[in-house]
Design a binder for this molecule. Structure first.
Ligand SMILES: Nc1nc2c(c(=O)[nH]1)N[C@H]1C(S)=C(S)[C@@H](COP(=O)(O)OP(=O)(O)OC[C@H]3O[C@@H](n4cnc5c(=O)[nH]c(N)nc54)[C@H](O)[C@@H]3O)O[C@H]1N2
Ligand SMILES: Nc1nc2c(c(=O)[nH]1)N[C@H]1C(S)=C(S)[C@@H](COP(=O)(O)OP(=O)(O)OC[C@H]3O[C@@H](n4cnc5c(=O)[nH]c(N)nc54)[C@H](O)[C@@H]3O)O[C@H]1N2
Ligand SMILES: [Mo]
Length: 826
């Protein structure tokens, strides 16, 4: 790797989350900068061994070594040789590992006896689960059993769980929390290219002349990728940056063009951008002709979205829209990245597909600097998807393709009829509906915390706590979900087990074992296999199923499953992944060092090979094989369109605000890890609500005031932070649940408020669309909101309270420049 290899002194990563700049020019290699953090009082000389792994607190795949001394983790260091991070680590990674050693880790299985969860041994706990499973299979059939897993386990674990659920038990009810996270990414890739799998490479950011971020707060959620962008922006030939987000994120502030649409109007915005791109002839007709189907429909569709109409819908001015379209339409090397501001918003899949369309009409795919990232969120979400532990079949196989399913039966040596495939695997929201209606009686939750992360928590708590349900929870900690369980299984964490996982640009990393798990905790792989043995699952020759028994043999089995598929791992091995950089898939005889960019010569969209036949982008109605074959007989890239349709729950007189939810820099999800690390906790200790400063003044709200945010589902109490968020929009971080809340503090989870509704195409819940009201509960006596000031939650200025002549209260705003400001929105 080129560039200076200097080990930085420890920085204050909370105050300086993006560190110092190492500028570089277009097409140059990104300089190395190695970040490290060791425990107080530990020096590098004290470290016995450095153990290789990668980050599990986002999808970026930042490679690192864990420092081990005296058999415990004492720090982390970025890996200079890795293609992803070139040595850098983000703030969560520099501190988050400390949670592994938290004193309240689960250390033994628990079973419910007379209403109480009591400690037990593995044999008793697994027997209890297997007995219930067997009884239910006998009485109700395998579909009474369901599995809800994660985007945070390892590849070997997902493939094993997929084999057990689909090939061993034979239930269609297996999905991941990836349904909440990147179901839309996967669906958009299938709709456009015929198959899941990111086309691009992170090196595309080194070449781009335009970078566009759609509903993606890169600075806070993929900080190291953001550093790569900032280093390009400070170097020669900097890329133009476009940001689409209703909040003034750090990305929006850095951007040359910031479009802040009304939440839920992404589709109208995209149709408007494509209208301009088409109308100005910024399209590559030859390339479109040779490589795509569907273009004439797009031309027709977007003709109905002239800028002025789009401005009315989105609140983005026609001038801004034209300017953004010009930048996108005249880019020579365009990189786009899409995340939850699209995936969890109204018309999620249709809008994400429209971003693919920008690349397809411009012929910008498969070349350096031309990546479209339907971004991942969780560290191992790609593996959940490719291994078939979500709503897909292993190896991106198509459930409706009989040959694909026969291959799977062959691989597993089970009868084809025993793998449920008469319809699509059940999406998570339908699994929970099955629990609610009593058809699912045993639910096994691994590596996710639905009692905080699913929408409409009142409903979720009721159905998870139901006496009719046998709930198994497999986690590191005693979570809000574990509290409701009948059996709790203690899992080994990252750093305590071996396995592999794949980041958002398909780079596979090995994660070696650094230390032993606490107490009786076991790896998820061991637990799943132990259950399979208790259930005496067998293949058609009577051999134990799954036929593998540990991580290396599971990896080998997966290599056979992916051979010849787009996600081909046959050229990889633990040895090859150890020591150097991570390697992207496909990695096989044709591409022994992995293939950086997909689709330079063709798409995996042929009707015989595609992962899915696609859906109607408005209704979600699946296409039949015939429809697909007629439309795309030769497997070209697909340009699919949709009109804008208004969201289902617009603001009204009672609930006048748009409510959106999301993340902050230092916290991860339901905080089971980051909430156990004091440095991170202190940086954002409690829930807050972001309110536009002019709305705050109108409602007589000042910084730190306690307010009630209410929707049709429930209410949350939070302190006010006036910001430059779009007027009429409220933002709540969704991180704060109840495991560490005071007993009188039971109204702080954002998902008390969110609706049980989802995108009809990807079935991903809409965490970023809904209407809310805001009312004061108590004026702050000098309190501030417990929110960071250098992120998207940065205050709009100093918002303080003065007394009026009549003794009333007046909210006064001073902007950051110190000038008295007219409250308003730029
Ligand atoms: N610090 C941190 N990093 C993380 C995580 C974490 O918990 N904490 N989690 C990881 C995971 S699993 C994921 S999925 C990713 C998520 O990463 P992101 O998608 O970047 O994070 P979010 O905060 O959920 O949403 C991004 C932005 O969407 C905007 N938004 C909301 N509604 C709309 C809309 O209608 N239109 C548009 N255009 N924008 C909208 C919000 O204002 C927000 O700034 O982060 C990963 N990285
Ligand atoms: N309102 C709102 N809700 C949201 C979102 C939003 O933006 N707004 N975002 C959604 C998104 S994108 C996501 S990804 C989800 C995240 O939602 P969750 O998956 O519920 O969040 P986590 O807190 O990451 O839960 C993971 C659990 O797995 C445990 N765990 C970690 N590693 C392991 C392991 O190796 N083995 C086992 N067995 N357990 C492990 C952790 O302790 C934790 O309890 O939330 C979704 N919910
Ligand atoms: Mo996610």
């Amino acid at each position: 790797m080129a560039g200076e290899n200097k080990v930085r002194a420890e920085r204050d990563a909370i105050a300086e989350p993006w560190g110092s700049r190492t500028p570089y020019g277009a097409g140059e290699p990104w300089p190395v900068r190695v970040d490290m953090r060791l425990d107080e009082g530990v020096s590098p000389d004290d470290v016995d061994v450095w153990v290789q792994t990668a980050s599990v607190l986002h999808s970026n795949g930042d490679a690192m070594d864990i420092a081990v001394a005296g058999g415990r983790m004492v720090g982390v260091r970025g890996r200079a040789t890795d293609r992803i991070n070139h040595g850098r680590l983000d703030v969560k990674d520099l501190f988050g590992w400390q949670a592994n050693a938290s004193a309240d880790r689960l250390t033994s299985p628990l079973v419910r006896e007379n209403g109480e969860l009591v400690e037990t041994d593995w044999d008793t706990a697994l027997d209890r689960i297997a007995t219930v499973s067997r009884d239910l299979m006998a009485s109700d059939g395998p579909a009474a059993l369901a599995f809800y897993t994660s985007g945070q386990l390892f590849l070997e674990e997902y493939y094993t769980l997929a084999a057990i659920a689909r090939g061993g038990i034979g239930t269609p009810h297996l999905d991941g929390n990836t349904r909440l996270c990147t179901a839309t990414a996967a669906q958009a890739l299938k709709e456009s290219f015929g198959c899941d799998g990111q086309p691009g490479s992170y090196t595309d950011f080194d070449h781009a002349d335009v970078i566009a971020a759609y509903g993606h707060n890169i600075a806070e959620t993929q900080s190291v990728l953001w550093e790569r962008i900032l280093d390009r922006r400070r170097g020669a030939d900097p890329p133009v940056l476009v940001c689409v987000d209703p909040r003034p994120t750090v990305v929006a502030r850095e951007a040359d063009i910031h479009l802040a649409p009304v939440p839920g109007t992404n589709m109208a915005l995209m149709n408007g951008l494509l209208h301009e791109i088409v109308a100005n002839g910024w399209v590559d007709e030859d390339w479109i002709e040779r490589n795509t189907v569907g273009y004439p429909d797009l031309v027709d569709m977007v003709s109905h979205y002239p800028p002025e109409r789009v401005a009315d819908i989105t609140g983005v001015t026609a001038a801004q829209l034209r300017e953004a379209a010009r930048v996108l339409g005249t880019a020579e090397r365009l990189v786009s990245t899409v995340l939850q501001g699209f995936y969890q918003s109204h018309q999620a899949t249709a809008a994400a597909v429209a971003v693919d369309n920008v690349h397809l009409v411009r012929g910008m795919i498969g070349r350096p600097g031309c990546g479209v990232f339907q971004m991942n969120g969780q560290p191992t979400a790609q593996n959940t998807r490719e291994c078939g532990a979500d709503g897909d079949m292993p190896g991106f196989r198509n459930w409706a393709n009989e040959r694909h399913m026969a291959e799977l039966a062959e691989l597993w040596n089970v009868d084809l009829a025993d793998i449920p495939h008469s319809g699509p695997p059940t999406p998570a929201m339908d699994i929970f509906a099955g629990v609610e209606d009593g058809s699912i009686r045993q639910l096994w939750v691994s590596g996710t915390n639905p009692a905080v992360s699913l929408p409409e928590l009142g409903r979720i708590r009721a159905l998870l706590g139901s006496d009719e349900l046998h709930l198994v929870v497999q986690d590191l900690y005693f979570t809000e979900t574990a509290e409701l369980a009948d059996v709790v299984l203690p899992a080994a964490a990252w750093g305590e087990k071996i396995g592999t996982f794949t980041n958002a640009d398909r780079t596979v990393h090995l994660s070696d074992k650094a230390v032993d798990p606490p107490g009786q905790a076991r790896s998820d792989l061991d637990i799943f296999l132990a259950y399979a043995r208790k259930m005496q699952l067998a293949d058609r020759d009577g051999a134990q199923f799954p036929q593998w028994h540990d991580a290396p043999s599971a990896f080998a089995a997966w290599q056979r499953a992916g051979a010849g598929r787009p996600c081909d791992y046959t050229g990889l091995s633990y040895e090859k992944l150890r020591g150097g950089s991570g390697i992207p898939w496909p990695c096989n005889a044709d591409h022994p060092d992995g293939l950086e960019r997909l689709y330079a010569d063709g798409f995996p969209a042929h009707p015989d090979e595609c992962e899915q036949y696609g859906k109607n982008l408005v209704t979600g109605e699946p296409w039949s094989e015939d429809e697909y074959r007629r439309w795309n007989p030769n497997g070209l890239a697909m340009i699919k369109t949709a009109p804008y349709v208004p969201p289902v729950e617009p603001p009204d007189d009672v609930y006048p605000f748009h409510l959106i939810t999301g993340r902050t820099l230092t916290q991860f999800h339901t905080r089971t890890k980051t909430g156990r690390v004091w440095q991170l906790t202190d940086a954002a200790p409690e829930v807050w609500v972001e309110v536009n400063v002019s709305d705050a003044v109108d409602l007589d709200l000042a910084e730190g005031d306690l307010v009630r945010v209410e929707t049709r589902r429930g209410e949350v109490l939070a302190r006010v932070r006036p910001t430059e968020i779009r007027p009429g929009v409220l933002f709540l971080p969704f991180h704060y649940g109840y495991w560490d809340a005071a007993p009188d503090d039971r109204q702080r989870a954002a998902n008390e408020l969110t609706p049980t509704s989802w995108d009809p195409v990807s079935k991903q819940p809409l965490f970023k669309t809904g209407a809310a009201s805001l009312a004061i509960v108590a004026q702050a006596e000098g309190a501030t909101a417990p929110a960071p000031t250098h992120t998207a939650s940065a205050p709009a200025g100093t918002v303080s309270v003065a007394r009026t002549a009549g003794g009333g209260r007046a909210v006064v705003v001073e902007n950051p420049a110190g000038r008295r400001a007219e409250p308003g929105w730029r």
